[in-house]
Design a protein around this ligand. Structure first.
Ligand SMILES: Nc1ncnc2c1ncn2[C@@H]1O[C@H](COP(=O)(O)OP(=O)(O)OP(=O)(O)O)[C@@H](O)[C@H]1O
Ligand SMILES: [Mg+2]
Length: 388
């Protein structure tokens, strides 16, 4: 077990990464999970150390606002990856002529100075990549790791219209299906279903992700989270009466999420012989304080944004589950307890909201019913809402 502290190490994801490369052999993927769980770390690591036989490209698309910018980005990323290969992007070179690579505000220009049509740029770039891959040893593939895809789609929808965002998704689907040696691994900090929901409400009828498999990394395994906590204790030079016990407490209280392990560790005093009780007290202090940078209040604010018309129902559902002493509550138990606070005249509305709260990673549904996905968020919700 290594306890060498490193700011950029990726602990506990080896198995998930191996599985993800295997899944990419078969299909493109959408990685979906709670914010801060470690999605970006995973794809950055996969890009930094691709599996043999893979070429890879990484882009954070949060700052991309138009379909034209996106297409230019994909072209430029592809040239960066493929310049070392024998075959250049020949069809794109022909399209762009001697002005190849010239941009105006992030948009590629044609020889006549007009913006290059974004669909053509994407289609031609993918064709070129396929041609290059055909010249590589058999089985060579390329993967695009694209982070913050929902933000980009939202940006495009706001700036160019929902129809444009839908066309981008449809084209990606078309390209994935046509080019079997090119894969996509998409992710983002907000759920893509929100963007899709908005496109559907605008009349779009497509299911642009059904050519992809969904993957979810989840928190670290408990032993990996403990190893990570140990490495942070060492890095921060904390004094622990029993390092193993402190690491265990840190990782459990932080729900095995590295981001929260780091945050909690940063709250601990350097001049104390720490025990699990100190760690517990530090967490309680953070969760009751309004002055902290954990941004857990996001989960409350988000209810207002995502459920503007049914905020009350959502709060009552979450309060009911958070306030219960049971490990999980069944649908019937939730319905009964929610009914004590408000009229629930349609079970389907309740079912739908439980499903949506699952998609947004507030809740998970297990064999015994619904519970909070992360015990840490459960604990914070209970404290911040002053539930018994
Ligand atoms: N496997 C890991 N090993 C070490 N540190 C990690 C690991 N995963 C995540 N972290 C830490 O947690 C932080 C958040 O991780 P990351 O940015 O990958 O989360 P994310 O799921 O992409 O979040 P968001 O949804 O907000 O984009 C990282 O900056 C890093 O400090
Ligand atoms: Mg991220």
């Amino acid at each position: 077990m290594s306890t060498t502290p490193s700011l950029h190490s990726v602990i506990g994801r080896d198995h998930f990464i191996t599985e993800t490369w295997a899944a990419l052999e078969r299909k493109s993927l959408y990685m979906n999970d709670l914010r801060r769980i470690g999605k970006t770390r995973i794809i950055r690591r996969m890009h930094a150390e691709p599996l043999a036989g893979w070429l890879s490209s990484f882009s954070d698309l949060e700052g991309t606002h138009t379909a034209e910018e996106f297409a230019a980005r994909v072209y430029k990323d592809s040239t960066a990856v493929l310049t070392t290969k024998k075959w250049a992007l020949r069809k794109m070179s022909a399209l762009l002529g001697r002005v190849a690579g010239t941009e105006l505000m992030g948009v590629l220009k044609l020889p006549d100075g007009q913006p290059a049509p974004w669909k053509e740029v994407l289609r031609t770039t993918f064709e070129d990549i396929s041609d290059v891959l055909d010249q590589q040893p058999e089985g060579t593939r390329m993967v695009f790791f694209w982070d913050e895809v929902p933000f980009m789609l939202d940006n495009i929808a706001n700036k160019q219209g929902k129809d444009h965002a839908a066309q981008v998704l449809d084209l990606l689907r078309e390209l994935s299906q046509r080019h079997d040696r090119i894969r996509l691994l998409l992710t983002g900090s907000i759920g893509i279903h929100h963007v899709l929901g908005s496109l559907w409400s605008g009349g779009y009828k497509g299911s642009p992700l059904n050519h992809m498999d969904l993957i979810q990394p989840g928190p670290l395994a408990p032993e990996d989270a403990k190893e990570f906590a140990t490495s942070v204790i060492v890095r921060r030079r904390l004094r622990c009466a029993d390092k193993g016990a402190c690491a265990e407490t840190l990782s459990t209280l932080a729900s095995h999420v590295p981001f929260y392990i780091e945050k909690l560790t940063a709250c601990l005093p350097l001049d104390t012989d720490l025990t699990p009780t100190h760690i517990q007290q530090a967490l309680d202090h953070v969760l009751t304080s309004v002055h902290n940078d954990w941004d857990l209040d996001y989960y409350f604010r988000r209810v207002e944004v995502v459920f503007p018309k049914t905020k009350k129902l959502v709060l009552v559902i979450l309060d009911t589950i958070a306030g219960s002493a049971a490990a999980a509550l069944s649908f019937q138990e939730i319905r009964q307890q929610v009914s004590a606070h408000m009229i629930v005249d349609d079970d389907e509305v309740l079912r739908e909201h439980l499903k949506l709260l699952g998609m947004d990673h507030y809740l998970v549904r297990g064999a015994n019913g619904y519970r909070f996905y992360l015990p840490l968020i459960h604990r914070w919700w209970k404290i911040s809402r002053e539930l018994k």
